[in-house]
Write a protein that binds this ligand. Sequence first.
Ligand code: 6GU
Length: 248
Amino acid sequence: MRIDVVTIFPEFFDVLDISLLGKARQTGLLEVTAHNLREFTHDRHRTVDDTPYGGGAGMVMKPEPWGEALDAILGPDATSAGEEGEIVSSAEAPVVIFPSPAGTVFTQAMARELAQREHLVFGCGRYEGIDQRVFDHTATRAEVRLVSIGDYVLNGGEVAVMAMVEAIGRLIPGVVGNPESLVEESHEDGLLEYPSYTKPAAWRGLEVPPILLSGNHKAIADWRRTQQIERTTRVRPDLLPPDLLPNE
Ligand code: 6GU
């Protein structure tokens, strides 16, 4: 998979060189490039923002540097992936994701879907946002999505992109060594994960639930399932599938 990130803080993404994803980058499973938006300006101050039309607080990111950066990444021809004016949406077309608190919420299902794509482009906004025409124009040559990582406000999209790249990257086949470890974790089956224990069997007066020492695999699986349902009901009832909702 190829991932391009456009940002005014490309150094932010240096940490992708370490850890699991760093290894995936070395082996070529994942190719991540961070592009400095200011490289696509032409004035002495490398200006990327300006005051909003209609007034209001804060600054808005200017469209021209974004247009040039996305030209460099997607190809200069605005119609390269479709007829002029057509909104492009196909499996091969790049997906351009703009992190935004005004976007649809990023989920494990979205991570799974995006992990299937060949080319993801992330555009990190700062200030009060990006000129709307950047989204509208990009939609003529790629699939565009505004995506939020939760109901709170960050100063810019960089931290959100880091979270999304990690969630998506680890789902690319071969990135996580043992694919089975991807199956039994929170959100993969719609429930939160069960509690885990390791040795010693007793620690500071706290004992591992005896069933986990029983060797009875069926009983252990049942216990874990019950723990998942109990935990999800307690902390995230919004996630419960309809068949597990408590009866009236
Ligand atoms: Cl994706 N961006 C920003 N700036 N703030 C956010 C967010 C994204 N998701 C939640 N808050």
